[in-house]
Design a protein around this ligand. Sequence first.
Ligand SMILES: CC(C)(COP(=O)(O)OP(=O)(O)OC[C@H]1O[C@@H](n2cnc3c(N)ncnc32)[C@H](O)[C@@H]1OP(=O)(O)O)[C@@H](O)C(=O)NCCC(=O)NCCS
Length: 328
Amino acid sequence: MLTSSEVEELLRGMIIRRLGKRDLSQLFELNVKAFREDAATTGLSVDRLSRAAKLYSLIDTLLPLFDVFHKDFETILVAVSGNKLIGEIHLSPHGKKIWNLYSSAIDVMFRGRGVFRKLMEEALEYISKRHGERVFGSVRTDKIPVVKTFRKLKFEVFETRVLLRFEQDEIPTVDFDAGESIREFRPTDIEQIYQVCKSLSPRRMQVYKMTPADFLDSLLSRMMNRITWSYSKKWVMEMKGKIVGYVHFTYTPPQEAGKIESFCVLPSNKSSRLQSVFLSEVLRFLAAGNIRKVTASLNEEWRETIEIFERFGFKPFASVSEMVKELV
Ligand SMILES: CC(C)(COP(=O)(O)OP(=O)(O)OC[C@H]1O[C@@H](n2cnc3c(N)ncnc32)[C@H](O)[C@@H]1OP(=O)(O)O)[C@@H](O)C(=O)NCCC(=O)NCCS
């Protein structure tokens, strides 16, 4: 426990820099404490985050080399004073000069003193220097300091999503009709999947400047999945040989937790039933691997889809503002 004058003293000496190996144990401790509640909700512990952080810190020594070749790499900025780690924020590039900011945490003794805002400002500076043009953040609407700071820094909301958690043991089965099937995604599907998802989320696809190639996993995301014990599945739904749906979900067997990352079914008079078939198959696949803690995030305007998820036993627990800021 620090006295308030010790906190003031440390804040005066605080600097913000890239994560180094020496910060790892404090970073892990900070994350365990700061994300205890979020971890209980998603079923994912921060062990995965700490493994990812280890990779970033290994890469730390190589970053100057990446800079020479104008290659950007995911990193973490830390606020430190002497040997004390005060806070952190993750920065992740997505090609095409687009970056994402996420998982910021401040030591509880130092909260409410503008450290998060300073980390955000440094993060934007870091991204600007690397010629980033657009920055995203997914902000839980109940995290007031985060909402306030994003607004203050002129981020704008482009979508609101509902977070849902699956809380049921029974999974209803829904029968396929003739001509309908589900299969694993193939790289040659990307153009059709792009069109299906674009018809449902035109704004999202536009702000993320998504192209069909974005439906392929990068080498880095495959590497990160390995490191964080995560598996990724992509399935398509076909009706008479035409792709009418796409789902991407991830799961972490040691933690029995899964997440539906994308869920798109082409609107039609059959889409309600098709969505039920798709969801049922995903949940049954996960349950077969003992994965029953499943979360999903859906656009709040997709009332029909949200109702289907709720009928399967998903319950909304938070909402998220998807925010964007142009740097140029
Ligand atoms: C959310 C969190 C990162 C905020 O960090 P922080 O350093 O305390 O935030 P700041 O001091 O920079 O505050 C930012 C703004 O929110 C305001 N604020 C801070 N705490 C507040 C509170 N409890 N209620 C209302 N406003 C608050 C500040 O006054 C400031 O507003 P201002 O710029 O108008 O003065 C920190 O609370 C935390 O680590 N939480 C746990 C992990 C987490 O939830 N992370 C966010 C999800 S990624």
